[in-house]
Design a protein around this ligand. Structure first.
Ligand SMILES: Cc1cc2nc3c(=O)[nH]c(=O)nc-3n(C[C@H](O)[C@H](O)[C@H](O)COP(=O)(O)OP(=O)(O)OC[C@H]3O[C@@H](n4cnc5c(N)ncnc54)[C@H](O)[C@@H]3O)c2cc1C
Length: 543
């Protein structure tokens, strides 16, 4: 609710915090959760919505990172595989096992023997505790399980396992877990300057983007977790700071799944440049990604270009020769910037995915690099550093590490998802809605359905033949910190990406509901409508 957000911001401004985290993507959210669970007075702000940056523009994989084997980054695969296991356990509704097929063709860059050896290594690095062990399929079996795949030259395929997540909702669940542990959080609050009364960083000047008000937040420690914006925030501390990031852009497109008819996630080599890419199932859609190109655009002005679309569709058409995908088949698209560590002269795909924690001479802690999968470890490393600083500041005892690997994320308390689906069915939800609610909210789906008891129309589908119901709009506002129409339709629900009109048919009603729930005046309502349509317009790919 906007009131809760305003109250959190007022509290941050009134009483100094131990830790102020700038940036509410998965990294900042993870840090806030860990720090709050260790008992630190923690504040988290984001200039946009939580997760609106890179963390809602990923490939949505929680994965060991099969392609890092080629770079001999075994420690990274080992760590990511362990984190995959942790996330499958603490958020079983949001992180789900996914079967991948990796076909091999005659003359491929990676021959069959090498892939087979790699698969054993992949299972080994997961301590043989991946969802299931990989299997090798002969061409006949590949044709049977994935008939749309290119057949010519097929030598066989590896069937292996990783996990898929709803990246935006994973961020949200992590932020909500942080608030439950006592963190103060506010979206749409931008850091415009750092407070340095004695030369050391001791807080920030922030602007409430919704009200225009400026406030000061005092903090013992400030952490910069702004992903691709990190160098900008570092320059608020030291205008001469040399860049440490190499930003590479990754784009995805979605098409109707029946156009590829893929049953599995498919790992493929692009015939254009030999890079590893994926065609991934997502309900009735499949998404294809990703590109990997150096980007010099501002993170705020990132677009999917016609060249990105051509690259992705040509690569997918080579793998699925009957698909004949053209740009008219694209339902939606997104692009993100990988906040990778700068290592000059490397090809973008070779740049390390590791993370690093840095501290400036003035005490600003920055975390850069990493990936969605390993966010919990990244957060732990940062909070270890913060705990040390707090101990040095006021001699407080060092709090033990938080059980972030055992405590479920909100909605993740129950592992038996089918039982939850049945419970939702018993309360009148259709099969599709029940499955959608459990996949989005886990055990908290019951709270969404409680809203339907408040008003039966809230149980109606928002869009014909789709599973989302109107109660979710109320839930997003009342429980999930949505304060703008975009927050609801892009990140809480994904109608922006999953419908051909990008959710435009429901925008007026969603806006009217939010106006009532949040007490907006007419001008705010008009602004919300205008901004949403602008976002849709900006997302159009100029072919
Ligand atoms: C195309 C692509 C695909 C990927 N796929 C995967 C994948 O499948 N699996 C995986 O594990 N990883 C993947 N990654 C990597 C992963 O998505 C990123 O490492 C991760 O999301 C980065 O999160 P972050 O919180 O560091 O940054 P972000 O999510 O970008 O968050 C930074 C936040 O800081 C805020 N901010 C910026 N400036 C300010 C300011 N002045 N004041 C306040 N707030 C500010 C922004 O609004 C933003 O929300 C992918 C990345 C890309 C680009």
């Amino acid at each position: 609710m906007e009131q809760a957000r305003a109250a959190a911001l007022a509290s941050m401004a009134e009483t100094p915090v131990d830790l102020l985290i700038i940036g509410g993507g998965i990294t900042g959210a993870g840090i806030a959760r860990d720090a709050a669970l260790r008992g630190f007075r923690t504040a988290l702000i984001d200039k946009s919505d939580f997760g609106a940056g890179t963390s809602s523009h990923s490939s949505r994989l929680i994965h060991g990172g099969i392609r890092y084997l080629e770079q001999y980054a075994f420690h990274l695969v080992f760590e990511a595989s362990r984190e995959r296991r942790v996330l499958l356990r603490i958020a079983p509704h949001l992180v789900r096992p996914l079967a991948f097929l990796f076909p091999v063709y005659r003359g491929a860059r990676v021959p069959a023997w090498q892939l087979r050896a790699g698969m054993w290594l992949y299972d080994l690095l997961a301590a043989f505790r991946n969802v299931r062990w990989h299997r090798w399929l002969r061409p006949k079996n590949v044709r049977r399980v994935e008939p749309g795949l290119r057949d010519r030259g097929l030598v066989g395929a590896a069937l292996y396992y990783d996990a898929q997540t709803d990246d935006a909702r994973l961020v949200l669940a992590t932020v909500r877990s942080a608030t439950r542990a006592g963190a103060l959080v506010a979206n749409y609050v931008e850091t415009t300057a750092l407070l340095k009364p004695d030369g050391r960083v001791r807080g920030a000047v922030v602007r409430d983007v919704l009200s225009g008000q400026t406030v000061t937040i005092r903090a013992h420690v400030v952490v910069n977790a702004t992903g691709p914006w990190s160098d900008r925030v570092r320059r608020l501390d030291d205008p001469q700071a040399a860049p440490i990031l190499r930003l590479t852009k990754g784009a995805h497109v979605t098409v109707l799944r029946k156009r590829l008819a893929n049953e599995h996630a498919v790992t493929l080599f692009s015939p254009i440049d030999g890079r590893v890419m994926f065609a991934l199932p997502w309900g009735e859609l499949s998404y294809i990604g990703t590109t990997d190109t150096d980007a010099d655009a501002s993170p705020d002005a990132l677009r999917v270009t016609a060249e990105d679309v051509t690259y992705l569709l040509r690569s997918a058409n080579a793998a699925f020769p009957d698909a004949h995908l053209g740009s008219n088949d694209v339902v939606s698209a997104w692009a993100g910037l990988r906040p990778l560590l700068r290592e000059d002269h490397q090809h973008p795909s070779q740049v390390t995915r590791e993370h690093r924690v840095l501290e400036s001479a003035q005490g600003l802690i920055s975390i850069v690099g990493g990936k969605l999968t390993t966010y919990r470890v990244m957060a732990r490393d940062v909070v270890d550093r913060v705990a040390k600083r707090l101990h040095e500041t006021d001699g407080r005892p060092r709090a033990p590490r938080a059980p972030t690997d055992r405590q479920p994320l909100p909605g993740g308390e129950a592992a038996e998802l089918e039982v939850l689906v049945e419970a939702a069915r018993a309360r009148g939800a259709s099969e599709a809605t029940a499955r959608h609610l459990i996949a989005s909210y886990g055990s908290e789906a019951a709270a969404v359905l409680n809203l339907v008891d408040r008003g039966r129309r809230l149980g109606d589908p928002m869009v014909r033949e789709r599973p989302e119901i109107w109660a979710e709009v109320v839930y997003a506002v009342e429980r999930e910190m949505a304060v703008r129409v975009q927050d609801v339709l892009i990140r809480r629900l994904h109608l922006f990406y999953e419908t051909a009109d990008h959710g435009q048919s429901v925008v007026p009603k969603v806006t009217a509901m939010m106006k009532q729930l949040l007490g907006w005046d007419d001008s705010r309502e008009a602004e919300e409508l205008r901004d949403y349509f602008q976002v849709v317009e900006r997302g159009r790919i100029k072919v």
